[in-house]
Design a protein around this ligand. Sequence first.
Ligand SMILES: Cc1cc2nc3c(=O)[nH]c(=O)nc-3n(C[C@H](O)[C@H](O)[C@H](O)COP(=O)(O)OP(=O)(O)OC[C@H]3O[C@@H](n4cnc5c(N)ncnc54)[C@H](O)[C@@H]3O)c2cc1C
Length: 75
Amino acid sequence: MAHVVVLGAGLSGTIMAYKLRDALGAEHQVSVINKGPEYSFIPSNPCVAVGWRDREAVTADLAPIFAKRRIDFHQ
Ligand SMILES: Cc1cc2nc3c(=O)[nH]c(=O)nc-3n(C[C@H](O)[C@H](O)[C@H](O)COP(=O)(O)OP(=O)(O)OC[C@H]3O[C@@H](n4cnc5c(N)ncnc54)[C@H](O)[C@@H]3O)c2cc1C
């Protein structure tokens, strides 16, 4: 059994974890380690800064999202 660990749950790490989960069989483990508990859609930061979007609209709690996909998440 392989245990693949993805460091960082930004755009790259999150997509990589999803792709690995889809590509690897259930006997293999995929884990993600991230600095914080939330995903943040970086390209929208300027919109938050000028008040065009709320911070809540561009962030998401990572734990339930990864749990749904059988990806271990460690903050
Ligand atoms: C204003 C703006 C607009 C953009 N528009 C576009 C666009 O239109 N199209 C496009 O393709 N790209 C765009 N980009 C670029 C895009 O946002 C980045 O290329 C992308 O976010 C990089 O993804 P990443 O996963 O490498 O890094 P990030 O998204 O920065 O993710 C890094 C992750 O690693 C975590 N981390 C950091 N340090 C640690 C640590 N020590 N331990 C654990 N976790 C850690 C962070 O918490 C974060 O979750 C834009 C960027 C900006 C700023």
